[in-house]
Design a binder for this molecule. Structure first.
Ligand code: MSP
Length: 528
């Protein structure tokens, strides 16, 4: 199996993390954990985007030096990822000297090779988006919309990267390898944007306007445009990459190309246009262009979350209130990868109570209680119940296959749906099999049927725990502890028959206590 390299966008450090940041990190974490479950080597890279005008302005507002400001905000991000059990292998922080050196080496190379040139430009510039605006960006009323923030007229000399000359190459690549964009409905959008591509990319900002960035190695009066700096994190922090020496590229190639998990707002132009062209320009082959997994947005009552609307959800407070696993579960269960979803605290509570407390927690509790009551906690495969056992063997096999297929297309929500559906079947089987009635019958057939039911339920729970582990690592461990099963979670152990004849189960402990906190819609988890 090829080692798996997964990255997320690196978050701006101009404010506290919000639920959108958390979703992306958890989504990538869940996919990374699934890959580990398959037995593959995984490297998960995430981090923070610490340069740029927004950061400089936020630091000024707080009256602290930019580095101090980003260090404080970065600490909040890291603490949140720890709290949410996001298990990353690499941390990209763009003020790191090694990253700066990498960006400068690449810039120098592009400059030496004539891929960068200096030119004068005058035009409208959006301070918020840190980019020059063209006529295309004007709304129907001829004005630049509020999404651009403050727009100022500037005239300045800058350095440009020859973007447009790679347009046909990129169009060709996207038509040959449509799988580079997931889900595939985003491809048309990207191809459209590339078709419209004209002009080159301004990759510098004069220091008179912005100092908080990486200095151009060939002109100390400028810093690098923040996106040119940020995108490079995917290689500067990748294992084995060395822009200067080209050293250890075998290690780099072991991992590369990456799967980039990003939000829909940053596919065009940054990740879908600039990034592949930048890689092409520094010598990456077509086979080494990374894949984009483009997720949708968490909205609030149908509206975009924004600080000014005061509807931004704080994932840290949410995790304190409901627990990290409840938050992880909600964030991957209640959105289809690629689509948008509306955030609702009521929904979080409801899904936790219905799917986890009622369905899985209840199944575990009933199974263990009955096994202790009737068999002193020991399970034995029921002898004459070959047919029933065969049914459950096939049923779990189908579950594991459906689950894996959903993960392969990066839809963990569908994988979870399959697990919950299965747990519901198991609960229904208890009602149908009525072990409490069998327990009262003295004949050997009833007694062996009871054995069969108890074994089947415990075995189903053993497999459910394996499958839940990428999303709920702690709860999955809790299920195994109660079943008296130890060891690493591995997908291959999702095969029927893992529990041995006479296996001793552990004691039942409530795993998903119902959340009884009333949610007051007037006072949701405090906006950031
Ligand atoms: N710093 C750039 C990314 C550079 S990557 C080389 C950036 N940062 S961001 O903090 O604004 O956004 C980080 C990620 O969070 C993006 O992928 C973005 O789509 C995602 N989200 C931000 N708000 C979101 C929601 N409300 N919902 C889901 N994800 C959203 O862009």
């Amino acid at each position: 199996m090829k080692p798996f390299f997964i990255t997320t966008a690196i978050d701006y450090t101009n404010g506290a993390p919000h639920i959108g940041h958390a979703y992306e990190k958890v989504l990538a974490d869940v996919i990374a954990r699934y890959q580990r479950l398959k037995g593959g080597e995984v490297f998960y890279l995430t981090g923070v985007d610490q340069h740029g005008q927004k950061v400089q302005q936020s630091a000024e507002k707080e009256g602290v030096a930019p580095q101090e400001f980003v260090d404080q905000v970065t600490a909040k991000f890291r603490a949140l990822w720890t709290k949410l059990d996001v298990q990353y292998d690499g941390w990209a922080a763009t003020t790191e000297p090694s990253h700066k050196a990498c960006v400068q080496t690449l810039l120098q190379r592009l400059f030496d090779e004539g891929q960068l040139y200096k030119a004068k430009q005058s035009g409208y510039y959006s301070v918020r988006q840190e980019q020059f605006l063209t006529e295309k960006e004007r709304g129907a009323d001829g004005e630049f919309g509020p999404e651009w923030g403050e727009v100022v007229l500037v005239e300045e000399e800058n350095y440009y990267f020859k973007l447009a000359e790679h347009k046909d190459w990129l169009l060709g690549l996207l038509s040959q390898r449509p799988e580079l964009v997931m889900p595939n409905f985003r491809l048309a959008e990207l191809t459209n944007a590339v078709n419209k591509l004209e002009g080159d990319l301004c990759i510098s900002r004069p220091k008179s306007r912005l100092t908080w960035g990486i200095e151009l190695p060939f002109d100390p009066h400028y810093v690098t445009y923040v996106w040119f700096d940020a995108l490079v994190n995917y290689i500067s922090f990748a294992p084995g990459y060395d822009a200067a020496a080209g050293a250890d590229l075998a290690e780099f190639h072991k991992w590369w190309p990456a799967l980039h998990v990003i939000g829909k707002d940053i596919m065009i132009p940054a990740h879908g246009v600039y990034w592949p062209i930048m890689l092409k320009a520094i010598g990456f082959s077509d086979a080494d262009i990374p894949t984009l997994l483009v997720h949708g947005w968490w909205n609030s009552s149908g509206e975009k979350m924004s600080k000014s609307l005061g509807n931004v959800v704080d994932p840290d407070a949410l995790a304190d209130k409901y627990g990290a696993e409840a938050v992880r579960y909600y964030l991957v269960a209640d959105i289809a990868t690629g689509k948008d979803s509306d955030f609702s605290e009521e929904r979080l509570v409801q899904r936790y109570n219905v799917d986890l407390a009622n369905s899985i927690g209840n199944l575990l509790n009933r199974t263990l209680n009955m096994a202790w009551k009737y068999r002193a906690g020991k399970v034995v495969p029921g002898g004459p119940l070959q047919e029933a056992t065969e049914y459950w063997r096939i049923r779990t096999n189908t579950l594991v296959n459906d689950y894996a297929q959903s993960f392969e297309i990066r839809q963990p929500n569908a994988a979870l749906e399959a697990i919950i559906g299965f747990a519901t079947n198991c609960n229904a089987a208890i009602e149908k099999g009525a072990p409490w009635k069998l327990a009262k019958e003295d004949d050997p057939v009833s007694q062996r049927s009871l054995d069969g039911i108890l074994y089947t339920l415990a075995e189903c729970l053993r497999i459910i725990a394996i499958l839940l582990s990428p999303v709920l690592p702690k709860a999955a461990r809790g299920i195994w502890d109660q079943l008296g099963v130890a060891g690493e979670f591995r997908l291959v152990d999702g095969e029927w028959g893992g529990l041995k004849d006479g296996h001793q189960l552990g004691q039942p402990v409530p795993l998903f206590p119902r959340i009884e906190i009333p949610v007051n819609p007037q006072n949701p988890v405090n906006p950031v």
